[in-house]
Design a protein around this ligand. Structure first.
Ligand SMILES: [Zn+2]
Length: 288
């Protein structure tokens, strides 16, 4: 009798301890991503706690390489104006993603074209990295195959205006018509999302108010790869890798430029590899 009670108590204790351990495991694992590629789910690493997200972290990073004085001044003014828009329209104008997770959004402007866009998609797909493509509306009907390739590869197609006019040089009505024309072109190939990147990054306050009213989210960037400025792929890599931060939005290009963006194409695999080594994962802009 005594022995039976002892065995029963031992069994109850075992079940309780096992149950608590299992519950603990569940709680610990909550919120973690379940990437099947990571395979073994037995060991779940603890989430690295960074500082809480704050707006103070939201600013456009400087360029880690020497620039001529005029360019330095131009970029300083751009950073100031973009920050003003972000502070005035915090729910509609974004410089970076509102997170302290180690995620990066690679964004590619000015496509689709017949050559570079395809090369960029091929590299992204090889590394299984999602990205956002800000399309120029009038290029979509000229390069429908490249536009479809972007969509079919699972990337996000977003709005970079109809004809790449600088918004701050045109009135609000013209700016909005540029945006809606591009939206129609994108809607012809995929379900259009109302994400817009102004050509050259800025809009006027009146345009911003109209875009917000129309339900648009407007994206500048926090890290400029300077692939429109530097020809050396190593410089482009440095501009990204030395300035990346949690929630970074990185500006790159997938059309135009010199030599079909040879420097961007050469830099991209190294950028992805180095960011992955630093513990970053990649998201498209519609995740936020
Ligand atoms: Zn552009």
């Amino acid at each position: 009798m005594e022995m039976r009670r002892y065995v029963t108590m031992a069994l109850v204790s075992f079940v309780l301890i096992t149950g608590l351990a299992a519950l603990g495991g569940l709680l610990h694992g909550k919120g973690e991503s379940c990437d099947p590629a990571e395979g073994d789910e037995q060991v779940i690493p603890a989430i690295e706690e960074g500082p809480a997200f704050s707006k103070d972290m939201t600013y456009i990073r400087d360029i880690p390489l020497p620039l001529d004085e005029a360019m330095e001044q131009h970029l300083t003014e751009f950073r100031t104006k973009a920050k003003e828009l972000m502070l005035k329209y915090p729910d509609s104008f974004f410089i970076s993603l509102p997170t302290n997770e180690k995620v990066v959004a690679l964004t590619f402007d000015d496509g689709p074209d017949a050559y570079t866009t395809r090369e960029i998609v091929e590299i992204l797909d090889r590394f299984q990295v999602p990205a956002t493509f800000f399309f120029i509306g009038n290029q979509i009907s000229r390069n429908p195959g490249s536009a479809r390739l972007v969509i079919e590869s699972g990337h996000l197609a977003a709005n970079h205006s109809w004809s790449h006019l600088r918004p701050t040089d045109i009135d609000t009505g013209k700016c909005i018509s540029e945006v809606t024309a591009a939206e129609s072109a994108i809607a012809g190939i995929t379900s259009a999302c109302r994400l817009y990147r102004p050509p050259y990054g800025l809009v006027t306050e009146a345009q911003m108010a109209a875009l917000e009213e129309a339900g648009y989210k407007v994206f500048a960037w926090s890290v400029d790869s300077m692939d429109w400025y530097f020809d050396d792929p190593d410089d482009i890599v440095r501009c990204v890798v030395e300035r990346v931060h949690p929630g970074a939005i990185v500006l790159l290009h997938c059309a135009g430029g010199r030599n079909n963006r040879r420097a961007t194409i050469e830099a991209l695999p190294q950028i992805i590899t180095e960011l992955k080594d630093m513990g970053y994962s990649f998201v498209a802009l519609d995740r936020y």
